[in-house]
Write a protein that binds this ligand. Structure first.
Ligand code: SF4
Ligand code: SF4
Ligand code: SF4
Length: 351
């Protein structure tokens, strides 16, 4: 079907919401509670548009397209309504962008920029930081939370860890972990999905604090080195020190749709660890000594040949690894089947 946005005709699919068609075509409608992964939200009312034939403003994240629909996203009436909501959000939190870790990667900041908001006209008194630093990898600052509900939806419906909820009512409403425990004392598994989906700086990666803002970090896509699922990662790298500052999941990866486990997202300190082995080690008289690859491989081959000669090929088995590539696993099973002569080959992904 076709719909018209700001006077131009665009293709649309029947099940789409107006905001999805707009985004596909590069039309910015500010939004805060909507995220493609959690779907319809309709809470924050920042994404309002005008639809011909329907009175009042409609939230574009919950308005389904229909043939011939005519939508306006940028009338003065709309911008005024959006400014009001964004101004109230800015006034109701501690939004000191200059020192915020989310600076440059914040959807509230983007909305304020688009709407030309420089100094919010309201102020609800001085708002102090409300930091929960109890968890290993994630810092919570409720003074920056805009109560959009994305983290709650993601924790319950996307990663299904069922830790986050909204607690209390009215001005006291806040996100809570389990029965209002500290994050570090709750059943949170530190998967970081809530951090990734939070549109502002209310949930942040602790290890990345003070290590660079988004525009100072190079982004490199790669595949997680841990298990065989093969989640796609984006490494955020400090180009001066060549160190990984943080890792996020790639949202358009069909494998993981942006989700990661605690290892993939936070287990990267091994990369530059001094404890990494750089040469093979051979144990002699109970002590390990460094060896060359030639020496180590010759020793291992002679031991395998000795076992094969004495007990037969089936006395040997190979266990392949999810941490290496398919090609390496292919070569390994060839080695075990053809050179060693046994079908005793398995893979750690099935442990
Ligand atoms: S959360 Fe966003 S709007 Fe608030 S201080 Fe941080 S960058 Fe600024
Ligand atoms: S880190 Fe994962 S489990 Fe913990 S609250 Fe966030 S989404 Fe839920
Ligand atoms: S912590 Fe972030 S995602 Fe969760 S409700 Fe607050 S602003 Fe939204």
């Amino acid at each position: 079907m076709h719909i018209t946005i700001n006077g131009k005709v665009y293709d649309a699919k029947p099940e789409q919401m107006v905001i999805e068609v707009a985004r596909e075509n590069g039309i910015y409608i500010p939004s805060l509670c909507y995220h493609p992964k959690i779907g319809k939200a309709g809470k924050c009312r920042v994404c309002v548009v005008e639809v011909e034939g329907i009175g009042g403003l409609q939230t574009s994240c919950t308005t389904q397209v229909s043939e011939g629909m005519k939508v306006v996203t940028n009338s003065e009436n709309i911008l005024e309504a959006q400014r009001m909501v964004v101004n109230l959000m800015l006034a109701n939190g501690r939004h000191d962008c200059i020192k915020c870790e989310q600076n440059g990667d914040c959807e509230l900041q983007d909305a304020a920029y688009y709407l030309g908001i420089e100094n919010p006209p309201y102020q609800f008194g001085i708002i102090e930081p409300q930091i929960d630093d109890s968890a290993e990898m994630i810092q919570v600052d409720r003074s920056k939370c805009i109560e959009c509900g994305r983290c709650v939806a993601a924790c319950n419906n996307t990663v299904v860890n069922e830790v986050l909820e909204f607690g209390n009512r009215g001005f006291d409403t806040k996100i809570i972990f389990d029965n209002d425990l500290l994050m570090g004392e709750s059943s949170c598994v530190q998967c970081g999905e809530c951090v990734q989906i939070c549109p502002v700086g209310a949930l942040i990666d602790k290890r990345a604090i003070g290590k660079g803002r988004t525009w100072e970090l190079d982004k490199v896509e790669t595949v997680c080195p841990y298990c065989g699922v093969g989640c796609k990662l984006e490494l955020h790298i400090d180009r001066k020190t060549d160190e990984i500052v943080r890792i996020t999941g790639v949202e358009d990866s069909p494998t993981n749709e942006g989700m990661l486990c605690v290892k993939g997202r936070y287990g990267f300190d091994f990369v530059k660890s001094d404890e990494r082995l750089t040469t093979p080690l051979i144990k002699e008289n109970g002590k390990l000594r460094e060896a060359s690859w030639d020496e180590a491989i010759t020793l291992v081959a002679s031991k395998f040949n000795g076992i094969k000669k004495k007990f037969g090929s089936d006395a040997i088995a190979g266990l392949a690894s999810a941490k290496v590539t398919n090609e390496e696993n292919f070569v390994f099973q060839k080695l075990i089947r053809r050179e060693v002569g046994t079908n005793n080959i398995d893979h750690c992904a099935r442990l």
